[in-house]
Design a protein around this ligand. Structure first.
Ligand SMILES: [Zn+2]
Length: 419
């Protein structure tokens, strides 16, 4: 989420920069007057006041234009055009006494107008809290090329955390001050304080536990793609043929789409349930977990089965969740498949049959992947109640990837996944 702030700073080396800033501020007033006069002439000739685009293009060859950095001069003429527009608005709304913008002149001298410096016109040095302001070509000759202002800000403001869009030199209270017009992106508020656990696997690519409710995401689409593209590629004779490369690219596109769709779907489900934290199992531990094969990992360490790019999925999920204010943390998966999420009994010999986890101690029957996801969730949020019904552990809802629509559908359905 993008936010804007303007911070005002005092100048801590006024003795070194005030004369230069005076010169720039007066030059801005002179340019304003040039534009004001030109607008008046145009009004007399054509009956129309030029807009800011015309002012800029018609006056950029003027001598006063090159007193300031070109972006600073542009800003002066934009302000003049805005002042005319404000006057038109007042006239239209019936303010008969509204006056057009005037000239900036006091007797023979000029007031110090605000000078704006856009991206190309300033260079900020956060470390030494100073900013270099560019002059126009005309004023460079008899002095230095730029004005180096040292500044002091409120101690709670750190400009290095902000993207500075513009610096303004403003003369007020009898002294020059600097305004930093800033922008930044902030973290959105998390949807709530609930925690969700995710267990990644092969047969189910993800099991999602909210503690009291669970969702399974079967890997049907990935498996079918793998089979389909494997067969197609086998039919290509030349290993570098055009067709083979096309198939590889196509498969990669489909995998990428699957990973984005899955992570987006999970984030949406989490937002609906006020989740502020997603805990995901660290797959690095699987390699060391001798009994961690209960979820059909195949060969230990072979984590790229079915093109299932776990690390990539985690990073995609992370940035999609971050955009919703949800934190993603990675926790060790150690023992999560061997522990009963209902009573906490850890037993290497518990029965896992047809994807079910059966606890010898408390007789809980759970979907093995949901049991893992719930154990991962508990690493961050220990469950407060032991007496809650555990029926949900065995009855996850199943969200299948619908290849024809390219999204996850929240109920079982038969889909033809041929690409
Ligand atoms: Zn148990």
């Amino acid at each position: 989420m993008r936010i804007h702030r303007t911070f005002e700073a005092s100048i801590t080396n006024p003795g070194q920069v005030s004369d230069d800033l005076d010169q720039l501020g007066r030059a801005a007033s002179k340019l304003w007057n040039v534009g004001r006069y030109y607008a008046h002439e145009q009004w007399d000739d054509t009956g129309e006041i030029p807009d800011d685009g015309e002012l800029k293009s018609d006056l950029k060859g003027h001598e006063r234009y090159t007193d300031l950095h070109s972006q600073s001069s542009q800003r002066v003429l934009e302000e003049l055009a805005e002042a005319f527009n404000g006057w038109f608005r007042k006239r239209r709304s019936g303010e008969s006494r509204a006056r057009p913008p005037g000239y900036r002149k006091r007797g023979d001298s000029h007031p110090r107008s605000t000078v704006s410096f856009k991206a190309a016109g300033f260079k900020h040095d956060a470390q030494f809290t100073r900013v270099r302001l560019s002059k126009g070509r005309n004023l460079k000759e008899h002095r230095s090329d730029f004005v180096l202002c040292e500044y002091g800000l409120r101690p709670d403001v750190d400009l290095s955390e902000w993207d500075i869009q513009q610096v303004r030199a403003v003369h007020k209270y009898g002294e020059w001050r600097l305004q930093f017009v800033c922008r930044t992106t902030i973290d959105p508020e998390p949807p709530g304080e609930e925690t969700a656990g995710i267990d990644l696997g092969i047969s189910n690519v993800a099991a999602l536990s909210f503690g009291g409710e669970s969702i399974l995401f079967p890997g049907n689409a990935l498996k079918e793609d793998e089979y389909y593209f494997g067969r197609k590629k086998a039919k290509c004779d030349d290993s570098r043929s055009h067709e083979r490369l096309r198939l590889d690219r196509k498969r990669t596109e489909r995998r990428t789409h699957f990973l984005h769709t899955l992570s987006k779907h999970i984030v949406v489900e989490c937002v609906e349930r006020d989740v502020g934290t997603i805990v995901i199992g660290d797959l690095g531990d699987i390699r060391d977990d001798e009994n961690g094969d209960s979820r059909n990992w195949g060969t230990h360490g072979n984590l790229d089965l079915h093109g299932w790019a776990f690390d990539r999925f985690t990073s995609i999920l992370d940035y999609k969740a971050e955009a919703e204010g949800i934190d993603v943390t990675v926790e060790s998966e150690r023992d999560t498949s061997k522990t009963c999420s209902a009573c906490g009994t850890k037993d290497g010999d518990q029965r896992v049959e047809r994807g079910l986890y059966v606890c010898e101690e408390c007789d809980t029957v759970a979907n093995a992947d949901v049991n893992g996801a719930e154990n991962i969730r508990r690493k961050v949020t220990p469950s407060p109640s032991q007496d809650r019904s555990n029926g949900w552990l065995a009855q996850p809802s199943v969200h299948l990837f619908d290849c024809s629509e390219g999204r996850f559908a929240p109920r079982e359905q038969v889909v033809d996944c041929k690409p």
